[in-house]
Design a protein around this ligand. Structure first.
Ligand code: ADP
Length: 184
């Protein structure tokens, strides 16, 4: 085994030869406030290339939230069930993503990339995670063109002003947004 293989827990092939578990598990972390179709598209595509995808809803992101952690988890779970994504589960988490990934035995972290605006931050974050946990790979999945302009921040503004979010969020999320803004 090469030295860098040893430091990173071995290649998939060397693990297979050693008879170790080959299940590929990825974690897709985010604040998801709320989940939209851009997030869903990334989750569906990631779920096709791993055995299990764990959508990890960050409890305490450094941003102002509209939905509670329970609500964000619930909206994702309803969406996963509705879409029939059988190898995807949704869990809340806090702390470092790499620690959470290690806890659940994930070998990779999935992130979605929109245009240049996402790139610098995602790039820095991926390099930092690599420094902290060299055995965990970050997989960047490029957005579908339909969702290039979709962000949770923007869609909340549109919802607040009563705009139509058809094609941008799922029905359960559209209803939850209406409910949230009618409470205000
Ligand atoms: P953050 O994790 O920075 O709080 P979000 O919860 O909004 O941000 O997003 C979670 C992940 O989904 C991030 O990797 C983000 O880049 C990605 N993402 C957000 N919106 C889109 C979109 N429209 N298309 C593809 N990926 C997206």
């Amino acid at each position: 085994m090469r030295r860098d293989d040893a430091s990173q827990g071995g290649t998939a092939q060397s693990r297979a030869t050693a008879g170790e578990d080959k299940r590929l598990v990825a974690v897709y972390p985010g604040s998801f406030d709320p989940v939209h179709r851009g997030h869903l598209d990334i989750a569906k595509r990631a779920a096709r290339v791993v055995d299990e995808l764990v959508i990890a809803v960050y409890s305490t992101p450094n941003k102002k939230l509209l939905f509670t952690t329970d609500e964000r988890v619930q909206l994702w779970r309803e969406t996963v069930t509705e879409e029939g994504l059988t190898n995807v589960r949704v869990e809340p988490f806090e702390g470092l993503v790499i620690d959470y990934a290690r806890t659940i035995g994930a070998q990779s972290i999935v992130r979605g990339l929109r245009a240049v605006t996402d790139f610098e931050l995602e790039f820095q974050q991926a390099l930092m995670n690599r420094k902290l946990a060299p055995e965990i790979e970050t997989l960047m999945i490029i957005t579908d063109l339909r969702y290039l302009f979709v962000s949770a921040t923007l869609l909340k503004e549109v919802a607040l002003l009563g705009g139509d979010l058809d094609g941008i969020v799922t029905t359960n999320v559209a209803d939850a947004l209406k409910q949230k803004f009618s409470e205000r």
